[in-house]
Design a protein around this ligand. Structure first.
Ligand code: FAD
Length: 294
């Protein structure tokens, strides 16, 4: 099975795609429509997030197994330490391996229900993503990714501390990191430069989400953990009551953001798809990243 890092090391700019697990049969149909529509675009890899509870976790496990066995895509499963003992984490990792999933995004995760509430580790579990990286590495030949925060994790005291722990996590055995959302390419480039300045050469990929509605804009602002630039709001907010014009301008904004990243030598763009393919396909096409066979 090809690893994510092998795919990222190839020539030219590439993109990857992220989905979340389906909750029911209708969700599953939507997810698989998007997966099948993006498959011919030959993304570097695809990933499925890992939720806080039973049915959502089952959805990740079931879906990633199906991707590994029924598609040509390189699958990466997310895994969090939330509410898991080390024994349970070992089981999930072993299960991923048994269905041919050798790429894992190792995350600490957030307390269920209240992302900013107190983090309480499982009594027989792990406290930081760094420990999960070490656990996955100790269990076999896995390619391991981690998360990075463009503006610093909300729990970090400052950017310096945030960078220190991010680099520790990378040096614990991560092959690459994926950054949380941002709205200004410069902000991501500063994160990339902070990591590089420590002498760490692990690739950091930007997380990008096509802005198709006012709601997606609000979601990206919330997830990024930073206010949106005034320039962006001035461009999109006046279109709030004109969905068609908003979508067109939102796709322009994200295409321009990606163009700037590519021009700055960023080799892979990670798209949060929200289980839809159309907007991602549009941006990819405008960036000229569509392979001939698609
Ligand atoms: P950590 O790296 O452990 O960091 C958490 C905090 O602890 C930070 O403030 C960090 O600076 C600090 N810290 C780290 N190590 C140490 C140390 N050794 N000593 C002291 N302090 C330390 N969440 C999900 O629930 N499921 C998903 O599938 C999911 N996918 C994601 C995908 C991406 C690309 C991104 C960017 C985020 C994703 N998240 C997901 C969200 C993620 O779980 C949260 O950001 C969570 O709050 C932190 O997880 P982490 O792995 O970054 O934690």
């Amino acid at each position: 099975m090809t690893s994510v890092i092998e795919r990222l090391r190839g020539d030219g700019p590439k993109f990857s795609i992220e989905f979340f697990p389906p909750r029911d049969a209708a969700d599953e149909a939507v997810l698989w429509k998007a997966i099948r529509e993006l498959e011919p675009y030959d993304p570097a890899y695809m990933s499925i997030t890992y939720g806080a509870g039973g049915s959502s976790r089952d959805g990740t496990i079931r879906s990633i197994a199906r991707v590994a066995t029924e598609t040509t895509l390189v699958p990466m499963a997310h895994l969090t330490a939330v509410n898991h003992s080390v024994a349970e984490l070992r089981n999930v990792i072993g299960w991923y391996a048994s269905v041919g999933v050798r790429n894992i995004l190792a995350l600490r995760g957030d307390p269920p229900g209240d992302v900013y509430g107190d983090w309480i580790p499982h009594p027989e579990g792990l406290t930081y993503a760094e420990e999960l990286v070490q656990l996955v590495r100790s269990l076999g030949d896995f390619c391991v990714g981690v998360s990075a925060s463009t503006y610093g994790h909300p729990r970090s005291a400052d950017l310096e501390t945030d960078t220190k722990y991010l680099v520790r996590k990378l040096r614990a055995g991560a092959d690459f990191a994926i950054a949380q959302l941002f709205h200004d390419a410069e902000d991501f480039l500063r994160l990339r430069d902070r990591v590089a300045a420590t002498g760490c050469d692990v690739p950091v990929l930007p997380g990008v989400m096509p802005l198709t509605t006012m709601r997606t804009l609000q979601t990206t602002i919330k997830l990024s953990g930073a206010p949106a630039p005034r320039k962006l709001l001035d461009r999109l907010e006046p279109l709030a009551d004109d969905p068609k014009a908003f979508r067109a301008a939102g796709i322009d904004v994200i295409t321009e953001l990606c163009e700037k990243l590519i021009a700055e030598g960023v080799p892979n763009l990670h798209f949060y798809t929200f289980n839809r393919s159309k907007a991602t396909r549009e941006v990819i096409a405008r960036l000229g990243l569509v392979p001939a066979r698609a």
